[in-house]
Design a protein around this ligand. Structure first.
Ligand code: DP6
Length: 324
C-alpha cells in the first residue's frame, strides 16, 4: 500500500522490574522500572491502513496471528484510530529477529515497533515521549523500548504522565548481556496474569513497592557512577524479589525451571571464582547474565558446555526505535 510505514524496535531487559498495575486498562504501574535496550533482538513491523480491508489483518513471522493476538493488536490500533480520526482497518506485518523457538520474542519490541509504525501510518508525528505513552498501552515494558540504552519508566498517575525517559550513561560501553535460553516448556502464565495474581494475593506485594522504589534510586546512582558491581547486585536482588512474588502468590507459581536454577548456581560459582557476573530473569525460564566485555568469553565458554552454543547469545546496549 502507498501509506505503509515500517518501524524497528529492540527488546529491553529490566534491571529494576515492572511487576504490577495500578490501572490495568491504561497500564499504569505501581512502581518505576529501569531497563537496558539490547542490540541483538528486535521486531520489524509494517503497518498500512487500507480502505479495502474490513478487519485488521495481522501476520507475524509470515503466519496469520491467532485470534487472541489479533484482538490485542486491534484494541491497540483502535487507540491510534481514535486519536488520528482514521476509520480504516490495517494490514500489520511483523517479523521478530530472534532465534526461532527460543522464547525470546518480546511484547516490548512488538508494541514499540507497532506504536511507531501505526501512528506514523495514521499521519501522526508523535514525540518520543508520546510514542512511549502510546507503546505503554500495548504492553507496559514497550514504553522503555522507544529509547536506546538505559530507560526509566516513570510510573506517573495517569495516561499523560506514565512514560519512559532515556537515562544517560558514561563508562558502561563494555557492559554485556548474555542471553541464556533453556528448554522451552508450555508457557504457564503470562506476565499480565502473573502480575495480577501477585498484586492481588501476595502478602509481600506492599514490601515489593517499597524495595523496588529503593532499588530504582540505588540503580540510578550506580549507573551515574558506572559502578558495575553495584549495578549487578541491585539487578540480581531485584529480580529475585520479583520472583518471590510469584512463589508467595495464591495459588503459587514460578517461571523457573530446573535449568534456570542450574544457571543461577553457575553464575554464583563463576563469581566466587573471580569472574564477576550477575543474573536477571523475566517472566520465563530464560536467564540474562550481566557482565563486562573482558569476562564475556569465559562466561560464554562455561555456559556453552552446559546449554549448547545455540543457547548462548552475547548482546550489547542497543538503539531506540527507528523507521526503515
Ligand atoms: C518481568 O510489559 O510484558 O518483563 O504490561 O501486561 O504487557 P504487560 O506486561 P509486560 O511485563 C514485563 C514484565 C517483566 C519485567 C519488566 O520488563 O519490567
Amino acid at each position: 500500500s502507498n501509506n505503509a510505514v515500517t518501524a524497528r524496535a529492540h527488546t529491553n531487559i529490566a534491571l529494576v522490574k515492572y511487576w504490577g498495575k495500578k490501572d490495568e486498562n491504561l497500564i499504569i504501574p505501581y512502581t518505576g522500572s529501569l531497563s537496558l535496550t539490547l542490540d541483538y533482538f528486535y521486531t520489524d513491523t509494517q503497518v498500512a491502513f487500507d480502505a479495502n480491508l474490513t478487519t485488521d489483518d495481522v501476520q507475524i513471522d509470515g503466519q496469520p496471528a491467532s485470534a487472541k493476538t489479533t484482538a490485542r493488536v486491534s484494541r491497540f490500533l483502535d487507540i491510534v484510530r481514535q486519536r488520528s480520526g482514521i476509520t480504516k482497518s490495517a494490514a500489520v506485518r511483523s517479523t521478530n529477529h530472534v532465534p526461532t523457538a527460543a522464547g525470546l520474542a518480546s511484547s516490548a519490541s512488538a508494541f514499540a515497533a507497532l506504536a511507531a509504525a501505526s501512528s506514523r501510518a495514521a499521519g501522526m508525528n508523535l514525540s518520543l515521549t508520546d510514542l512511549s505513552r502510546l507503546a505503554r498501552r500495548g504492553s507496559g515494558s514497550a514504553c522503555r523500548s522507544i529509547f536506546g540504552g538505559f530507560a526509566e519508566w516513570q510510573p506517573g498517575t495517569d495516561d499523560t504522565n506514565s512514560y519512559a525517559i532515556p537515562i544517560k550513561s558514561h563508562g558502561l560501553a563494555d557492559l554485556r548481556v548474555i542471553a541464556l535460553t533453556t528448554v522451552k516448556g508450555p508457557k504457564a502464565i503470562s506476565s499480565r496474569q502473573g502480575m495480577r495474581l501477585s498484586v492481588t494475593t501476595s502478602p509481600y506485594y506492599p514490601a515489593w513497592i517499597q524495595t523496588a522504589q529503593a532499588d530504582l534510586v540505588a540503580l540510578k546512582a550506580a549507573l551515574a557512577a558506572a559502578d558495575f558491581t553495584a549495578i549487578g547486585k541491585i539487578s540480581e536482588l531485584n529480580a529475585m524479589r520479583m520472583h518471590a512474588l510469584t512463589l508467595s502468590a495464591d495459588p503459587d507459581f514460578t517461571y523457573f525451571n530446573g535449568q534456570t536454577l542450574t544457571i543461577i548456581d553457575l553464575v554464583k560459582s563463576l563469581r566466587h571464582s573471580g569472574v564477576e557476573c550477575y543474573y536477571t530473569i523475566d517472566a520465563g525460564p530464560n536467564v540474562k547474565v550481566l557482565c563486562q566485555s573482558e569476562t564475556t568469553e569465559k562466561i560464554v565458554t562455561t555456559f556453552s558446555k552446559v546449554l549448547g552454543d545455540e543457547n548462548v547469545i552475547v548482546t550489547k546496549p542497543g538503539p531506540g526505535v527507528q523507521y526503515l
